[in-house]
Design a protein around this ligand. Structure first.
Ligand SMILES: CC(C)(COP(=O)(O)OP(=O)(O)OC[C@H]1O[C@@H](n2cnc3c(N)ncnc32)[C@H](O)[C@@H]1OP(=O)(O)O)[C@@H](O)C(=O)NCCC(=O)NCCS
Length: 154
């Protein structure tokens, strides 16, 4: 699992928040993207770029001083692309437990030295949870492809 999971920890500082002291959505997405990129590149062994982010909702505010844990997990490798599942948890000051606040699926494409998409080594799931994420990744990929087709100008 070591190379397939990345955990990033951030504390929410004043510069990360809006005037109400709530973490900016864009800052959270930035942290999620960084964690996912490190996870993708750990496995690919080369630069990987974000090509899509599935919908992410902001249902639970993360506030100034909260600690956030951003956990990125490689779910499946296709040919040149990889899917990364990112979960976000927050821990309020003095709290003993973490609360899940967000999740999203990121797709990255590995680029070789020539800047072109490059095939990467596939992975096999190692436990039941990984197997479930791995199996469901195919359906999510189809959904993305269909959405991209619909979004094409006619
Ligand atoms: C990533 C990039 C090089 C892919 O180029 P491309 O011409 O679409 O390449 P291909 O058609 O060969 O597709 C390569 C892979 O990307 C996948 N892909 C392409 N567009 C995708 C999308 N919108 N969502 C999910 N996967 C996508 C393809 O399915 C393929 O995966 P596979 O090899 O595992 O089957 C190109 O889209 C690019 O440079 N995008 C900008 C990336 C970037 O700047 N990211 C930072 C965001 S600001």
């Amino acid at each position: 699992m070591e190379d397939r999971t990345v955990t990033m920890t951030e504390i929410v500082l004043p510069n990360d928040t809006n005037p109400l002291g709530i973490l900016l959505g864009g800052r959270l997405l930035y942290w999620m993207d960084i964690a996912a990129a490190i996870c993708a590149q750990n496995h690919a062994g080369m630069v990987a770029v974000t090509v899509s982010i599935d919908s992410v909702s902001f249902d639970c505010p993360i506030r100034l001083g909260d600690v956030t844990y951003i956990i990125a997990r490689l779910t499946r490798v296709f040919r040149t692309s990889l899917e990364i599942y990112v979960e976000v948890f927050k821990k309020e000051t003095g709290a003993h437990t973490r609360q899940k606040t967000n999740e999203a699926y990121f797709t990255f494409v590995a680029l070789g030295g020539d800047g072109r998409p490059t095939a990467i080594e596939p992975i096999l799931p190692k436990n039941r949870e990984e197997q479930m994420l791995f199996d469901a990744a195919l359906g999510r990929r189809d959904t993305r492809k269909n959405k991209n087709k619909k979004d094409e100008p006619s």
